[in-house]
Design a protein around this ligand. Structure first.
Ligand code: SAM
Length: 226
């Protein structure tokens, strides 16, 4: 069985095309991650967790062109794709690291973002990650992430998967693509209900926690440190 890292290393060249056929309303999901950032909030230091080939990084650059951006990912090959994509951007630093072992300095970021990456770690690891993120944010710092979630019971979860399949095929996914995602999901994905995320973020110290968008199993979750 491939590790998460080797899966994304191998997929790196095709990733940007495949993800747009895999995630329903992906552009809308990314749009909403930025729509709810407070108007008066001007982050100077931003972290993109699990940046992949840079789909979210591109949006960060569009919204905050002056910010210093750290683009972090486990996969060396996928980071190379992102580096190629933003060759002329001096304000992006690439970090190959596992977000279970990042050792972020306290108060080092104003904004931490992540799209469709955190479900790759187990729930106990997510709890530690949320505490690390809370500590790494400045006061008033914001954490927004989009991810696949689980239903509150197994029936809802299974219906989410079948709705996802319907939508992925409408977007142009083939049976071969679908089988690949399912093999990867069964080996490496840890989907967790939205309520669990909200409670863990509150327990980590976040003062304001909300779900700001959801479609089938994809949710955008918002948290602010005060
Ligand atoms: C589905 S991709 C999402 C990429 C990008 N954020 C996007 O929206 O297109 C998930 C990414 O998370 C990365 N990843 C998975 N587990 C990780 C971990 N433990 N630490 C750092 N990155 C990880 C993978 O290498 C992959 O690039």
């Amino acid at each position: 069985m491939k590790s998460v890292q080797s899966f994304y290393d191998q997929l790196s060249g095709q990733y940007t095309d495949l993800i747009s056929k895999c995630v329903p309303r992906y552009n809308e999901l990314l749009y909403n991650m930025f729509h709810y950032i407070p108007e008066d909030f001007k982050p100077k230091r931003i972290l993109d967790l699990g940046c992949g080939t840079g789909n979210l990084t591109e949006q960060i650059l569009k919204h905050f062109p002056e910010a210093e951006i750290d683009a972090l990912d486990l996969s060396e090959e996928i980071l190379k794709e992102s580096q190629k994509r933003f060759m002329s951007q001096p304000n992006i630093r690439y970090i190959q690291a596992d977000f279970r072992e990042m050792h972020l300095a306290p108060g080092s970021y104003d904004l931490i973002l992540s799209s469709i990456a955190i479900h790759h770690i187990e729930d106990a690891e997510k709890t530690i990650l949320y505490r690390d993120i809370f500590s790494a944010l400045t006061v008033n710092g914001v954490f927004i992430f989009a991810d696949q979630t689980r239903g509150i019971n197994e029936e809802i979860y299974h219906k989410h998967i079948s709705r996802w399949k319907e939508e992925a095929f409408k977007l142009g996914s083939t049976q071969e693509n679908w089988d690949m995602w399912m093999e990867h999901q069964n080996a490496h994905d840890f989907h967790t209900p939205v309520n669990w995320h909200l409670k863990q973020l509150e327990s980590s110290g976040f003062a304001e926690v909300d779900i700001i968008w959801k479609n089938i199993m994809w949710a955008v979750i918002w948290a602010r440190k005060r």
